[in-house]
Design a protein around this ligand. Structure first.
Ligand code: PLP
Length: 385
């Protein structure tokens, strides 16, 4: 199968071969229920989970791997963080680039009368207004949510500046790293991130159904789920120690076995090499389409730092229809519409139609981009003649 897959921001494909093999090997050979029984298959599964936590801790520079809990995906991590941290009367600051996995839990907490929020506006290229951020803190502000990279434009938020701003005001920081885990350098200890929500199936190259949340020591989240952990079974309430505190029920061991190999692949390849490869692909694509008549490009310019996302519209054409033609005529897979981030489209001026989004990945080659550009040229000819 040719790699005409330009939807890595939704989920990455292909995965490294070791990811497929490891997930299968877990199911076939390391199948015990981690933390539950004392037999060898369980101990193997235990070790596998610990190895995955350690690999993630290494990638994000987290001192204590036990502060990373496994979740279903970034949405799950964000829900655990928001609903476990915020209490009645809390004020939250977020930005217009946020994904619905932030906006909707916040919306629920607002509707239930628990929190209030201030949403920082963003520029046409998706950069949050730091002046507005500075004037948004009130005594009740407990949390700043940072969208590390936009899934609509690829814009990278000024992470360090935003974290120091929040910490100057004694406010904790939750980073949504759904689009950056595995594709940008994230150094938890150095930047002082309080909570980091990530997903396993995008840049970390793991299977779907995997993700995680880092929680800084000193932050005790109220668990969303309670139940069996295999540890301290005599207690009538859920254990308070991490990671069990936020992990109830049987883990997705085969998914996490795959994730472990995805993270190892990234550690072996080197994040800087991944950033460099993806930067070149994005620049190459943008330079080839910038002068095409009728094509409008959104987000940072080709030279700017950005995650590997290119969002466009085409004059006199419906985004969904272009996506349909790309797949049916050329087998090219991309994403069209609002990408679960309505406020981001309002900020960049593409609401409610949305954009056509191309997201090359670590395994995309320049020849794949050439094929995409040729297809776009043919479609433009069709529209304009
Ligand atoms: C910025 C951002 N946050 C959160 C999510 C949610 O990730 P998941 O679907 O893995 O929960 C996504 C997914 O596209 C995203 O792009």
């Amino acid at each position: 199968m040719n790699n005409y897959y330009f939807d890595n921001a939704a989920t990455s494909w292909p995965k490294p071969e070791s990811v497929y093999k490891s997930a299968e090997n877990q199911m076939r050979n390391m199948f015990g229920n981690p933390g539950r029984s004392g037999h060898t298959r369980t101990l193997d599964a235990d070790r596998l989970l610990y190895k995955t936590r350690e690999a993630l801790a290494k990638l994000f520079n987290v001192k204590d791997p036990a502060r990373i809990v496994f979740t279903l995906n970034a949405t799950d991590s964000l829900n655990i963080a928001l609903k476990g941290f915020l209490t009645k009367g809390s004020h939250v600051i977020n930005t217009a680039m946020d994904h619905n996995s932030v906006l909707r839990p916040l919306g629920r907490l607002i509707k239930d009368g628990i929190i209030t929020t201030s949403t920082i506006p963003c520029s046409k290229t998706g950069v949050p207004d730091l002046g507005v951020l500075e004037s948004s803190y009130i005594p009740e502000t407990k949390l700043l949510i940072i969208n590390h990279a936009s899934n609509v434009t690829g814009t990278i938020a000024p992470l360090e500046d935003m974290i120091s701003s929040a910490h100057r005001h004694n406010v904790k920081v939750l980073v949504d790293a759904a689009q950056t885990a595995g594709t940008r350098n994230i150094n938890v200890e150095e930047t002082g991130i309080d909570m980091l929500a990530f997903t396993g199936h995008k840049g970390l190259l793991g299977p779907t159904g995997t993700g995680g949340l880092y929680v800084k020591p000193g932050i005790d989240l109220k668990p969303l789920r309670e139940g069996g952990t295999g540890s301290q079974s005599e207690l009538d309430i859920h254990p308070e120690s991490m990671p069990e505190r936020l992990e109830a029920g049987t883990m997705n061991s085969s998914g996490l076995a795959g994730l472990s190999e995805g993270v190892n692949y990234i550690l072996e390849t080197g994040i800087d090499n991944i950033i460099n490869h993806e930067h070149q692909l994005r620049e190459y694509l943008l330079k080839k389409i910038i002068d095409l008549p009728g094509v409008n490009i959104f987000g940072p310019s080709a030279e700017d730092e950005s995650s590997c996302i290119i969002s466009i519209t085409i004059d006199n054409a419906d985004c969904g229809e272009i996506g349909y033609i790309l797949e049916s005529n050329y087998k090219i897979l991309c994403r069209t519409g609002l990408h679960c981030a309505p406020l981001a489209h309002k900020a960049i001026g593409t609401f409610p139609e949305g954009t056509i989004r191309f997201s090359p990945g670590v395994f995309t080659q320049k020849e794949n981009i050439d094929y995409l550009v040729d297809a776009l040229k043919e479609i433009l000819n069709m529209i304009n003649n």
